[in-house]
Design a protein around this ligand. Structure first.
Ligand SMILES: NC(=O)c1ccc[n+]([C@@H]2O[C@H](COP(=O)([O-])OP(=O)(O)OC[C@H]3O[C@@H](n4cnc5c(N)ncnc54)[C@H](OP(=O)(O)O)[C@@H]3O)[C@@H](O)[C@H]2O)c1
Length: 265
């Protein structure tokens, strides 16, 4: 199991495969390689058997977002997804998580915050995801979510657009997801489908205005889903809005890799 960044995976994974090992790689190094299965066990476990020595673990925001979308897509194909992420500092590694703590202390002590792991102040602030922009102005995280979802769903025609944002949370990503389906669908159907979906917990308490928060998801295996609403701006009741929170260190990374290895064994 490789989890020390793409450069290390590219350097060392081929030697491990050569020596007879199967590599489950948590980095972005091989995810879009057509010879490498990109697997979320709740969605496409059958791809594990097709490996040629390396199996890739998807990006954390991709996993957190699409685990609950998959059971809906199977029941009623998703034509278009609009995703806005609210991503925790720890998604950028341990140094970034500690920087959120140290900057918070500095600011509360009346000092200038020190920015080292992130390019901008993360404490008491939010900013566009700290990955490189392409020629169209999309950052790499947004591009990964689009390409990886199409590969994992085996659905190249699904339309997806994303906006990825870092927020001052230590752990667990949240996402607002707007879905346009092929056929009409009601919030009650979505709630029913998600209530039995593997890896998903519904937390949709309208009475108490209580919906998934990062602190609900932190340290948990499931992706939490709430705010299940009809999107009245899409005709024929074909639009749904959901809000999700998932621990991107667990299901978005380590847990998913362990689940792949368990299925492999
Ligand atoms: N954080 C997330 O939410 C998340 C989600 C999905 C995927 N990922 C992927 O997971 C990988 C690791 O990310 P992270 O967030 O865990 O980063 P991190 O907190 O910076 O940790 C990286 C770890 O890799 C170790 N390392 C670096 N070079 C190494 C080498 N040559 N040999 C052995 N160990 C080495 C580091 O050890 P030292 O501390 O001793 O240097 C450190 O423990 C990345 O590819 C990232 O894209 C992360």
């Amino acid at each position: 199991m490789f989890s020390a960044g793409g450069a290390r995976s590219k350097e060392f994974a081929p030697a491990a495969v050569e020596a007879g090992a199967v590599v489950v790689d948590n980095s972005s190094a091989f995810r879009m390689d057509p010879d490498v299965p990109l697997v979320i066990p709740e969605i496409n476990p059958e791809k594990i058997a097709e490996h040629n020595g390396i199996i890739a673990n998807p990006n954390c925001s991709t996993i957190v977002g699409i685990v609950p979308v998959w059971p809906l897509h199977k029941a009623n194909p998703v034509k278009r997804m609009v995703v806005s992420t609210y991503q925790a500092a720890s998604g950028a590694g341990m140094r970034a998580m500690f920087e959120l703590e140290s900057q918070s202390r500095e600011i509360l002590d009346g000092k200038e915050p020190t920015c080292e792991a992130f390019p901008y102040q993360i404490a008491f602030n939010c900013f566009s995801h700290n990955s490189a922009l392409d020629a169209n102005g999309y950052n790499l995280e947004e591009v990964k979510m689009v390409k990886e979802t199409r590969k994992i769903f085996d659905c190249p025609e699904i339309a997806i657009t994303c906006t990825c944002i870092r927020i001052p949370v230590l752990r667990a990503h949240c996402e607002s997801i707007n879905l346009e389906f092929a056929d009409p669908i009601r919030p009650e159907q979505v709630r029913d489908l998600l209530s039995t979906a593997p890896g998903v917990s519904v937390l949709d308490d309208r009475e108490n205005n209580r919906f998934p928060m990062p602190i609900d998801a932190t340290g948990k295996d499931d992706i939490f889903v709430g705010r299940i609403r009809q999107d009245g701006s899409i005709a024929e009741n074909r639009g749904i809005n959901i809000w999700v929170a998932g621990d991107q260190l667990r299901k978005g990374a380590a847990l998913n890799a362990v689940q792949i290895a368990e299925k492999l064994l």
